[in-house]
Write a protein that binds this ligand. Structure first.
Ligand code: MTE
Length: 331
């Protein structure tokens, strides 16, 4: 997310934000004795951002106990039309608002405790259950895939994710026939992740897919990157990779998969529905309200390349939307 731009939203905040988020934020600011002034002035809003606690210095993180599982065999079905992005860039230019609203969160994100890590599978499933990440990693069919990744901010990368098809997890969860969506949630722990102290965001980070999207071949749960366990800043120990959608759909550090009949209001949709909708499929011809999506800038080289419909994955996913043409599929 382009936070520098988000701070400059040109419409009044009460119009841009779901009412409960706006009101909650207003309550917090009022409690701090600064609500009126800040809500009135974008410059003052910048000042409040600085009041979000700085991350505490962190001890070197514990080694990842899943390291012995990697590298895993590459699935040759997933090929790229471009070179892989340099690993250093992918590991140092991140969006992870739980650790800060800028791109240099890699060192702060080392505070993320990745064990013990439990994953809850609940809602409309045959039997609700909680599974330990290391048991899950032993059960799931691990493989490596080369995927493009396109952020809504118009930067892009090409990366080797390791992990397993989301469909394998859906099968493991055994959703009931009535389940139409799977909602994914990130951890909630503001002591560990100081960004979550910013109460104007609707924590925890939540994303969702239809069951059809979640069981599409491309939907992937990534647990590793560049042949190693997932770095904390990239969403350890497990994150989503749905490469035909803008990157904000690819939720990091997931603790819950909830199966439901009802479409969720996702994190960014709650904050700014006009800019970050539920579907968020990549389309060069549908501009973001504040910038063009026609081209993208590659991490590493800085090269500008044309954006592709569904980020180049139309043959695999376009059919998912053929009966939804009246919906806002691309913003
Ligand atoms: N997941 C969580 N929990 N918090 C976030 O801030 N940012 C999203 C997505 N998943 C985000 C998240 C956005 S906007 C993008 S572009 C990608 O993560 C960035 O992934 P990367 O840092 O591995 O490139």
């Amino acid at each position: 997310m382009p936070i520098h731009k988000k701070k400059d939203w040109s419409i009044p905040e009460k119009d841009a934000t779901d009412e409960h988020v706006y009101l909650n934020r207003r309550r917090v600011l009022t409690a701090m004795g600064i609500g009126g002034a800040i809500l009135a002035a974008p410059l003052a809003f910048r000042a409040i951002e600085k009041m979000v606690p700085e991350p505490k210095p962190v001890a070197p993180p514990e080694p990842d106990p899943s390291a012995g599982l990697y590298p895993v065999e590459r699935n040759a079905a997933f090929v790229l039309d471009r070179p892989l992005s340099p690993e250093d860039d992918v590991l140092s230019y991140n969006n992870f608002y739980e650790f800060g609203s800028h791109k240099s969160i890699a060192s702060a994100a080392q505070a993320l405790r990745i064990r013990p890590w439990q994953v809850r599978l609940d809602g409309l499933v045959e039997r609700e259950t909680t599974v330990d990440i290391d048991d899950l990693l032993k059960t799931m069919p691990l493989e490596e895939r080369l995927y493009r990744h396109r952020c809504v901010e118009a930067w892009a990368m090409a990366v080797p994710w390791s992990g397993f098809p989301l469909r394998a997890l859906v099968d493991f969860a055994k959703p009931l026939g009535s389940a139409k969506y799977v909602i994914m949630e990130t951890f909630l722990d503001e002591d560990m992740a100081p960004g979550q102290a910013a109460s104007w965001y609707p924590w925890p980070y939540v994303e969702g897919l239809t069951i059809d999207e979640a069981t599409n071949d491309l939907a992937f749960i990534a647990t590793g990157l560049y042949g190693k366990p997932m770095p904390r800043q990239n969403g350890a120990p497990l994150r989503l990779a749905v490469p035909w959608k803008y990157g904000f759909k690819s939720i990091k550090s997931i603790v819950r998969f909830h199966f439901t009949e009802t479409r969720p209001k996702t994190f960014w949709e709650q904050i700014q529905p006009a800019e970050y909708g539920f579907w968020a499929n990549v389309n060069p011809d549908v501009s973001h309200p504040r910038w063009s999506q026609a081209t993208e800038r590659m991490l590493g080289t800085g090269e500008r390349v044309p954006t592709q419909l569904y980020n180049g994955y139309a043959p695999q996913v376009a059919h998912l939307y053929k009966d939804r043409q009246d919906e806002r599929l691309f913003a």
